[in-house]
Write a protein that binds this ligand. Structure first.
Ligand code: PXP
Length: 252
């Protein structure tokens, strides 16, 4: 398949983590979002958790008001969060697990087990014109159910693959194969495919070579690198890694 450009969504949660470690207002996640966009981010992702451990309601409202690129509102599927997201009207929502019972064994959302909760939420976002994405592990049963529930997008949870690589585990190749096959299956079912969690320069370059992947959402690594080189440089280096990976997509 011809490969389309790949987008970078920058997750600013951990700027808020640092702010909240002291209380007060600094560092400001909205300032980070504005700088990330200037440095080449295609969108901004933020997760309003039920416990508000990093992003606060006021951060999400300010992000929506102040950024010029799409806002991806990550959230658990609760009545409270669905209500806040519908009122905020972000470009997109990404539905993620926050409690153990909502998790599959690999750590993504258990779409099969949670279909009764997910179906009405997806329908509400579809009706409101807000693109809903399901954060799932690359498990064929979960991917098939995402398509059946009419989610337009899935985000493949790359954490298990990235952890296996970091630990130099013998599972790494098999985990990568699951990502590759999951992306192909999801694309064949008409789903738009994103990926995220635990990505760094090397893994982002590798996964950008999969032509089905349209967007990467990356936070922790970029913010950690930014401590040493600054956010514009960490984002610039990430964009370059993704571009190198994407250039290989046509060669596969
Ligand atoms: N995508 C989703 C759905 C997430 O919940 C997160 C944060 O855990 C990320 C991407 C970004 O992960 P990381 O901060 O490890 O880059």
């Amino acid at each position: 398949m011809p490969s389309l450009p790949i987008r970078l969504g920058v997750n600013v949660d951990h700027v808020a983590t640092l702010r909240n470690a002291r209380g007060g207002l600094l560092p400001d996640p909205v300032r980070a979002a504005l700088l990330a966009i200037e440095a080449g981010a295609d969108g901004i992702t933020a997760h309003l958790r039920e416990d508000r451990r990093h992003i606060r309601d006021s951060d999400m409202a300010r992000l929506k008001r102040e950024i010029s690129k799409p806002l991806n509102f990550e959230m658990a599927v609760t009545d409270e969060m669905v209500g806040i997201a519908l009122a905020t009207k972000p470009h997109a929502v990404c539905l993620v697990p926050e409690r153990r019972m909502e998790l599959t064994t690999e750590g993504g959302l258990d779409v099969v087990g949670q279909q009764a909760t997910l179906a009405p939420a997806i329908a509400k976002f579809n009706d409101a014109g807000i693109r809903a994405s399901l954060f799932i592990s690359p498990d064929p049963a979960q991917i098939e159910m995402a398509a059946r529930l009419k989610a337009p997008v899935i985000e493949i949870h790359t954490g298990t693959w990235c952890d296996a690589l970091a630990e130099r585990s013998s599972r790494a190749d098999a985990e990568w194969l699951r990502v590759v096959e999951g992306a192909k299956l999801a694309h064949s079912l008409g789903l738009e495919v994103h990926a995220g969690h635990g990505l760094d320069y090397a893994t982002a370059e590798t996964i950008a070579a999969l032509p089905q992947i349209m967007e990467l959402n990356i936070g922790h690594f970029l913010m950690g690198e930014a401590l040493f080189v600054g956010l514009p440089q960490s984002i610039g280096t990430m964009r370059a890694a993704m571009a190198r990976g994407r250039a290989k997509a046509g060669q596969a």
